[in-house]
Ligand binder design. Structure first.
Ligand code: NAP
Length: 327
């Protein structure tokens, strides 16, 4: 096309067509050829008596993407919320359900998946993730967080996360997972894994917010065709990111809540995002996404540059996970 004509058309096309407002269920492409909905409901720390109603409410409010994990110890309740949604006419194929293999199950991948499927009341999940690249002793002194007598984490040195991935790949033939991926993988761990992977992870789920942009990992994943899902967008429990000055400024400019800015930040970066709430009004409010412009993104990106990094989620494994401490 004549470049002059191209410029003319671009200049006269409404910005809402060039940059359509992102929607909670906008599908973001995975390397499997399928899509993941832009916004998911998180369920970590959704307490007993809260998880079922949060999931049922979210689905009735239009959420299609629910993020779960064996380690959250609430999959049965999440399953009850899903069952309620199915009873009301929601179809399984219209939902995108993720769950995760816990660290004490790295040598029992199929068993880990079966336990989650049973608790959730599902025949398959849309995405199954290795929760952390750290195998822990399956026969230790605790089923989830085993420790050695000296108090350090009881790791399983007889296997590696690469062996785990090989078992994950086998799950694809069972029909019980539509896609497989990882979580909490730094560039160092992905560099370790990818040369051995027959199947490239579809997703890397990482802690991500303006205090922790993880640009290096986001760029690396993009280059390798791995979709990034951001977790703890509000800074996890108590939502500390909501009070950040730069976030409030952008929110005020657009006349929206800080939560909308914190969620939309990830969509602008091409990531999907998980927002946890058990409060119906917040579950509803978190559906709103907007387009952030370049100056908004610059403002949000400047936050970690001036204030440094904060990780809100970092369990003590006693292992260097390879996350950069400076960006
Ligand atoms: N792969 C991993 O290792 C990993 C690690 C962490 C998280 N995740 C996933 O990511 C999800 C989200 O992360 P997260 O749970 O750490 O934290 P988050 O979503 O950043 O924050 C949750 C907190 O924000 C509050 N909140 C939610 N919406 C709000 C609103 N509109 N206004 C004010 N407060 C609001 C919630 O309160 P209420 O619930 O009381 O309303 C809760 O205290 C998790 O639930 C989990 O599914 C994955």
């Amino acid at each position: 096309m004549n470049p002059g004509l191209g410029k003319f058309i671009l200049a006269h096309t409404p910005s809402s067509i060039i940059h359509p407002t992102p929607k909670m269920n906008t599908g973001l492409s995975l390397n499997t050829g399928t899509e993941i909905p832009a916004l998911g409901l998180g369920t970590w720390q959704s307490a007993p008596g809260e998880a079922k109603s949060a999931v049922a409410h979210a689905i009735s409010a239009g959420y299609k993407h629910i993020d779960c994990a064996f380690c959250y110890q609430n999959e049965e309740e999440v399953g009850e919320g899903l069952a309620e949604a199915f009873k009301s006419g929601v179809k399984r194929e219209d939902l995108f359900i993720t769950t995760k293999l816990w660290c004490t199950f790295h040598t029992r991948v199929e068993e880990g998946l079966e336990l989650s499927l049973k608790a959730l009341g599902l025949d398959y999940v849309d995405l199954y993730l290795v929760h952390w690249p750290i195998p822990m002793n399956p026969k230790g002194n605790h089923p989830l967080f085993p420790k050695l007598p000296d108090g350090s984490r009881d790791l399983d040195h007889s296997t590696t996360h690469i062996d785990t991935w090989k078992s994950m790949e086998k799950l694809l033939n069972t029909g019980k997972v539509k896609a497989i991926g990882v979580a909490n993988y730094s560039v160092k761990y992905l560099d370790d894994l990818l040369p051995h992977a027959t199947v490239t992870p579809a997703v890397n789920q990482i802690e991500n917010h303006p205090y922790l942009p993880q640009q290096e990992i986001v760029d690396y994943c993009r280059a390798k065709g791995i979709h990034v899902t951001a977790y703890s967008p509000f800074g996890s429990a108590g939502s500390p990111m909501m009070k950040e000055e730069g976030v409030l400024e952008v929110a005020q400019k657009h006349g929206v809540e800080p939560g909308t800015v914190l969620l939309s930040y990830h969509i602008a970066r091409g990531s999907s995002v998980l927002a946890k709430s058990v409060t119906p009004a917040r579950i509803d409010a978190n559906r709103k996404l907007i387009n952030l412009d370049e100056s908004d993104m610059e403002k949000l990106e400047s936050i970690s540059k001036t204030k440094g990094f904060t990780r809100f989620v970092y369990p003590a494994f006693g292992v260097n996970l390879g996350f950069p401490d400076k960006q």
